[in-house]
Design a protein around this ligand. Structure first.
Ligand SMILES: Cc1ncc(COP(=O)(O)O)c(C=O)c1O
Length: 407
């Protein structure tokens, strides 16, 4: 019988690898690889330039991909989808362009202490550049309730908060933030606030409806949702994108170029200077079709159960040696963050690696969060649809060996 694992060619090359690092990057789905391969082998020509049939085929595939992604996110139109090279580029684009037009010494940015550095440092730096206030909501993703989290954001929002940038799911603890509630309360205080959502850890796990979430902008990376590296999406409400300045200049993003002045194309083209990642964009649409397929299947309940099994096994087998850092009140999605007493997370990950078990250790690009929680660093198991209870059992055996050797 075919299983979901059969959809990932990685496993036929690496049958003994226990892959538990999907928050860093997921494995690649067969349909995404096929789309990539088909473009590169049968119609690998540039878009927006050629008059010949193959160029039109590439054009059509690129634009069909934008349309499919708009549909996936429930955006109002494909023009609300900008292709970037990843979430980090999308966030830098926003920080740079919104920063230029919206922030100043009176009006600033609010983010949270749990953000990935990609949704923290660009805002911190742009605020510095414009001498603007940079505030950080000190939420605790382990101990706070929905209400306390909303209150903490609310406490920091005023009429002068130009931008609120926050994550959907913590890449360290897996805590799912109550985005709709936070957005609702933010807009009650300040109807003009611009809300930017980092969806890097949510896109592969849940149906996303950007209209229902009521956000202005959102970003994610293709490689974290079964697609290729080198591609990301920046969603923006059409009216917001229309008002945003371009971030890079060059071919394809212009309307007219003169010797002293140039005018620019409409969104999304004005944000896609140069030859875009064509193959990756086409492949990403196939990857998201796969996501849609698994979201509508049982796989997601299985993943919830698998996460619960992992936590239960940690608690049962290592009650005195392992501490699981998870939210007491909010849902946690696909990630189990833990530390092993008396063992450095790097040593744990290294020793598991020697047993073909791939987990992540360190600060996971979230130093402010680790400092806030007073944990220097942590180990992270991140699950996806291809993981099984065998993977968790192997992990537990691996941890037993680590504890025996290290403590
Ligand atoms: C929550 C979150 N935001 C942003 C990023 C940055 O993504 P990328 O490195 O693909 O640009 C990551 C990557 O781990 C992430 O987990």
């Amino acid at each position: 019988m075919n299983t979901i694992r059969d959809r990932f060619p990685f496993f036929s090359h690496n049958p003994h690898v226990v892959y538990l690092d999907s928050a860093a990057t997921t494995l690649k789905a067969d349909v995404a690889l096929q789309a990539l391969n088909e473009y590169y082998t049968s119609y690998s020509v540039n878009i927006h330039r050629g008059m010949y049939p193959l160029a039109q085929k590439a054009d059509l595939a690129y634009h069909a991909s934008r349309k499919k992604i708009a549909h996936f996110l429930n955006a109002q139109t494909p023009d609300e989808i900008v292709f970037t090279k990843g979430a980090t580029e999308g966030l830098n684009l926003l920080a740079s362009s919104l920063g230029q037009s919206l922030i100043n010494p009176e009006r600033g940015v609010l983010t949270s202490v749990i953000e990935h550095h990609a949704n923290f440092v660009p805002w911190q730096q742009i605020a510095k550049k414009h001498n603007a206030p940079f505030q950080v909501a000190l939420i605790n993703p382990l101990t706070m309730t929905v209400r306390e989290i909303c209150d903490e954001f609310e406490k920091n929002i005023t009429q002068d908060t130009a931008i609120l940038a926050l994550t959907h799911i913590s890449n360290v603890t897996g805590t799912v933030l109550p985005i709709q509630e936070i957005a609702h309360r933010a807009r009650q205080i300040n109807p003009h606030i611009i809300i930017v959502l980092d969806m890097c850890q949510s896109v592969q796990h849940m149906s996303i409806d950007v209209q229902q979430l009521d956000i202005d902008f959102a970003v994610f990376s293709g490689h974290k949702c079964f697609g290729p590296t080198g591609i990301g999406v920046l969603y923006g409400k059409k009216s917001r994108l229309d008002n945003l300045l371009p971030y890079q200049f060059g071919g394809d993003m212009i309307y007219e170029v003169g010797l002293s002045q140039s005018s620019f194309a409409e969104a999304p083209s004005k944000f896609e200077a140069g030859t875009p990642p064509i193959a990756q964009a086409i492949s990403l649409a196939s990857a998201l079709e796969f996501v849609q397929e698994i979201i509508s299947s049982d796989c997601h309940n299985n993943l919830k159960d698998l996460r619960a099994y992992c936590v239960k096994q940690f608690e049962k087998l290592f009650p005195n040696d392992v501490v699981v850092h998870q939210s007491k009140h909010l849902d946690s999605c696909a990630i189990v963050c833990f530390t092993v007493n008396r063992c450095h997370p790097h040593d744990v990950a290294h020793m598991l690696g020697e047993q073909n078990i791939c987990i992540r250790a360190g600060h996971h690009c979230a130093q402010p969060l680790h400092k806030h929680l007073n944990i220097p660093s942590s180990c992270r198991v991140s699950l996806s649809v291809y993981n099984t209870t065998d993977d968790i059992d192997n992990l537990m055996q691996g941890i037993t060996r680590v504890i025996t050797q290290l403590s």
